[in-house]
Ligand binder design. Structure first.
Ligand SMILES: [Zn+2]
Length: 169
């Protein structure tokens, strides 16, 4: 961030605000060389965690994969592409909000299931049946019966999925 008056690179942030959609940070800065003040608008880069696969390998988060998975589950359902987009974005935001470097693929699957649970029951059941690899019908029905409501707050999710110490045990 170069000072527009004297081109110095040295400055301090005196105020930071985030816009309503949460993707732009507006920062008020003061140049340490000339004390001039200026404002910068910075795009918030959502830091997506690496995904820990079942076999322990890590891979970068792939938005398309989730989109396609949800799209498949929503086939012939009254769900628009825009709704799917929105759902994927919400999942992404929650993942980024954990602020962890790595997240097990299982946690991503759970997030998708919760999002689908809110979006469309049929889509949810389709996704859950594939994702959880139910061995028989009884197992699937039993699981459906005890499907919990999504957690009330992100804090709850955070504790369950993104506590690194807990994951390693
Ligand atoms: Zn300056």
């Amino acid at each position: 961030m170069r000072c527009p008056s004297c081109s110095s690179m040295e400055n301090k942030v005196i105020d930071s605000r985030i816009n309503q959609t949460g993707d732009i940070t507006r920062r008020r800065r003061e140049c340490l060389a000339c004390q001039g003040r200026f404002t910068t608008y910075e795009r918030v880069e959502a830091i997506m965690p690496m995904i820990i696969k079942k076999d322990g390998r890590r891979e970068p988060f792939n938005r398309d994969k989730i989109f396609i998975g949800i799209q498949k589950s929503c086939q012939k359902r009254p769900i628009t592409t825009a709704q799917i987009e929105k759902t994927v974005t919400r999942i992404e935001r929650r993942m980024a909000a954990f602020s962890v470097k790595e997240l097990p693929s299982r946690a991503v699957g759970e997030l998708v299931m919760q999002a689908l649970h809110q979006l469309d029951t049929v889509a949810y059941i389709r996704f859950a049946s594939v994702y959880r690899e139910f061995k028989d019908v009884e197992e699937f029905v039993a699981d459906l019966k005890e499907t919990p409501q999504p957690p009330e707050s992100d804090d709850e999710m955070m504790f369950e999925f993104a506590n690194p110490e807990k994951e390693e045990k």
